[in-house]
Design a protein around this ligand. Structure first.
Ligand SMILES: [Zn+2]
Length: 260
């Protein structure tokens, strides 16, 4: 059977071709150190090698790496001491001085092409939670913050992740009803207080959540306070399971101050 004509394919092909033309006119640069890179690359070899990938074995609940394999189903001390409201969390890389460059390129420097690179790593790190999800939602920004920044970096990651996995993308199910103050500089307890009850589910979309497995996507998980608040709101709305997938995970929250 002849392949069906898809306007979207033509448009995608055109934008890819235009991207290559632009690459020839303006040589692509590493998103972190701005050295020239080969066409199609997002990072230079040196910056790529500095990324600290989170590989198995990991805690199934927190997504934190173990120093050695302790057997399937082993949980970290943090997960046992204070079980989070989410069921499983995954992250692609450790948040450090190297991965920070990518996060900032997306969030603060309008390099939206960073999202596609980050999404590839997230799809790999979170393949189990993506496969088991019924709905993929971004951590929402409050409308006032969205208006100032013009985009939600979590949505730039969540949408292609959902599309790549063939899962429904939920842009409006999870709402940020309170304009919380920025998390930068806040300690864990203050962060939890800051975001607790900040999220809600759109009342007319409760059926999208009830008895479903929902994957919450964010760029960085710092103390986990934001992810926990989202998971709590989703569980209250009847979600069967909540998974969390972020690009980077902060293993030493006292070292870094990340904006929510
Ligand atoms: Zn570089």
């Amino acid at each position: 059977m002849a392949p069906k004509f898809q306007f979207a394919d033509v448009r995608r092909g055109f934008s890819l071709a235009m991207g290559r033309v632009v690459d020839l006119i303006v040589p692509p640069k590493c998103l972190v150190c701005h050295q020239s890179v080969t066409i199609g690359a997002s990072l230079c070899v040196a910056c790529w090698q500095k990324l600290n990938f989170i590989e198995h074995p990991i805690c199934d609940v927190m997504g934190t790496p173990f120093a050695y394999d302790q057997g399937i189903g082993t949980l970290s001390a943090a997960a046992l001491a204070a079980p989070p409201p989410w069921d499983k969390a995954r992250a692609a890389v450790v948040f450090d001085d190297h991965s920070k460059g990518l996060v900032h390129a997306l969030k603060y420097k309008d390099h939206h092409e960073a999202a596609l690179f980050m999404v590839r790593l997230m799809a790999r790190a979170g393949r189990d939670v993506l496969a088991a999800s019924d709905l993929v939602v971004p951590v929402p920004l409050h409308p006032s913050r969205l208006w100032k920044r013009r985009f939600n970096q979590a949505a730039l990651l969540a949408k292609p992740l959902a599309a790549g996995a063939g899962k429904p993308y939920g842009a409006v199910q999870l709402l940020r009803k309170v304009a919380t103050r920025q998390q930068v500089g806040l300690k864990q307890e203050a962060r939890e207080k800051n975001v607790r009850k900040a999220f809600a589910i759109a009342e007319d979309l409760l059926l999208d959540i009830k008895d479903r497995t929902v994957l919450v996507v964010d760029d960085v998980r710092t103390t986990g306070a934001t992810a926990a608040a989202c998971a709590e709101a989703l569980k209250v709305a009847g979600a069967a399971q909540v998974f969390v997938l972020s690009f980077a995970l902060v293993l030493e929250p006292h070292r870094f101050h990340i904006e929510a």
